[in-house]
Design a protein around this ligand. Structure first.
Ligand SMILES: Nc1ncnc2c1ncn2[C@@H]1O[C@H](COP(=O)(O)OP(=O)(O)OP(=O)(O)O)[C@@H](O)[C@H]1O
Ligand SMILES: [Mg+2]
Length: 258
C-alpha cells in the first residue's frame, strides 16, 4: 500500500509548501503515482505552483462532505510534461473559504478527522496512489494535527532559528510522541550564504539529532536561486542537477525506506 506523508512545521515560512511540491515532482518523475494535497486552508499555496485551469472541487468540499475525493483531485501531470503522474488537491483560496475554515470549531474538526482518514483510505487503497503528500498550516491548529494523525510519516520542517528549534522540539515531544508518529525532520534554509559543503556536516547533524531526538533526514542550505525562481517553475523539474534537487532526491529515498 502507498504512503501518506504530512509536511508540517512549528513556525511559518520554513519551506513546507516548497518542499512538498518538489518532493511530489521528484516522486512522480521516478514513476510513482503521486497525490499532493493542499491542507493549508488558511493560506493555500499550491494553486500558484500548479496554475490549474479548471478546479471543480476543493479539498474543503471533500472535508465538508460535499464532494468525492476524485472530484477534488486535478491531474497536473502537464506540469512535468507528462513524464509522470501527479494529481493535486487544491485548497479553496477565496477569502470566504479561508474565513470559513478558520472559524471551524472543535466538533467540526473532530468530524473532519474521520473524513481525512477515509480520504486517505480512498487515495491509497481505492485510487491506488503510491504516495500522498499533504502540505499543512504551521503550528498546532486542529486541521494540521488532523493531517499529522492521518500520516504514516510526519515530516517536520525547521530552520536553524533558535525559536524555531525550540518550538519544533516542544511540538515533537508534546504532540508527535503522544500520537506515536514516525517523525523525521528536515532542516531548511540552513546557514545562509555559507557554502554548506565546507561545513562539518556530520557534527551539525549530530547536534540536531540530539536536540530533536528524531532523525534528521536532510539539511538544505538557503539557496538564493531557489528564492529567485518563480513557484510555477518547479525547481526540481527545471534544475535537476542543482544541489537543492540532489538533496531532495536523497530525502525522497530516505522517506521511501520509512
Ligand atoms: N532552501 C531554500 N533556500 C532559499 N529559499 C527557500 C528555500 N526553501 C524555501 N525557500 C523560500 O522560502 C519561502 C517560503 O517557503 P514556503 O512558502 O514553502 O514556506 P511554508 O513553510 O510553506 O510557509 P507557510 O508556513 O506560510 O505555509 C519561499 O519564497 C521559498 O521560495
Ligand atoms: Mg505553505
Amino acid at each position: 500500500m502507498g504512503k501518506f506523508i504530512t509536511i508540517h512545521s512549528y513556525k511559518g515560512g520554513t519551506g513546507k509548501s516548497y518542499l512538498a511540491a518538489n518532493l511530489a515532482v521528484i516522486y512522480a518523475l521516478q514513476g510513482k503515482k503521486v497525490c499532493l494535497l493542499d491542507m493549508d486552508f488558511r493560506a493555500p499555496t499550491l494553486q500558484i505552483v500548479f496554475e490549474p485551469k479548471n478546479v471543480k472541487r476543493y479539498i474543503n468540499d471533500v472535508l465538508n462532505s460535499m464532494a468525492n475525493v476524485e472530484d477534488g483531485l486535478v491531474d497536473c501531470s502537464n506540469k512535468i510534461e507528462g513524464k509522470g503522474t501527479l494529481f493535486v488537491g487544491f485548497a479553496d483560496f477565496s477569502s470566504e473559504a479561508i474565513r470559513d475554515m478558520i472559524s471551524k470549531g472543535k466538533k467540526w474538526e473532530a468530524e473532519a478527522l474521520h473524513r481525512i482518514l477515509s480520504m486517505r483510505k480512498e487515495i491509497l487503497e481505492r485510487l491506488k496512489f503510491d504516495v500522498c503528500i499533504a502540505d499543512t498550516s504551521p503550528g498546532i491548529q486542529y486541521s494540521s494535527i488532523n493531517a499529522v494523525v492521518a500520516a504514516d510519516v510526519a515530516v517536520v520542517v525547521s530552520t536553524l532559528d533558535d525559536s524555531d528549534i525550540a518550538g519544533t522540539s516542544k511540538m515533537i515531544s508534546e504532540l508527535y510522541e503522544v500520537f506515536q508518529k514516525k517523525t523525521v525532520v528536515i532542516i531548511n534554509k540552513a546557514i545562509g550564504g555559507i557554502d554548506f559543503k565546507d561545513m562539518e556536516k556530520a557534527k551539525i547533524v549530530d547536534e540536531l539529532q540530539n536536540k530533536y531526538k528524531e532523525a534528521v533526514i536532510g539539511i538544505l542550505p538557503c539557496f538564493c536561486e531557489v528564492g529567485r525562481v518563480k513557484r510555477a517553475q518547479i525547481f526540481a523539474y527545471n534544475y535537476p542537477k542543482h544541489p537543492f534537487t540532489e538533496t531532495m532526491r536523497v530525502i525522497a529515498a530516505k522517506l521511501d525506506l520509512i
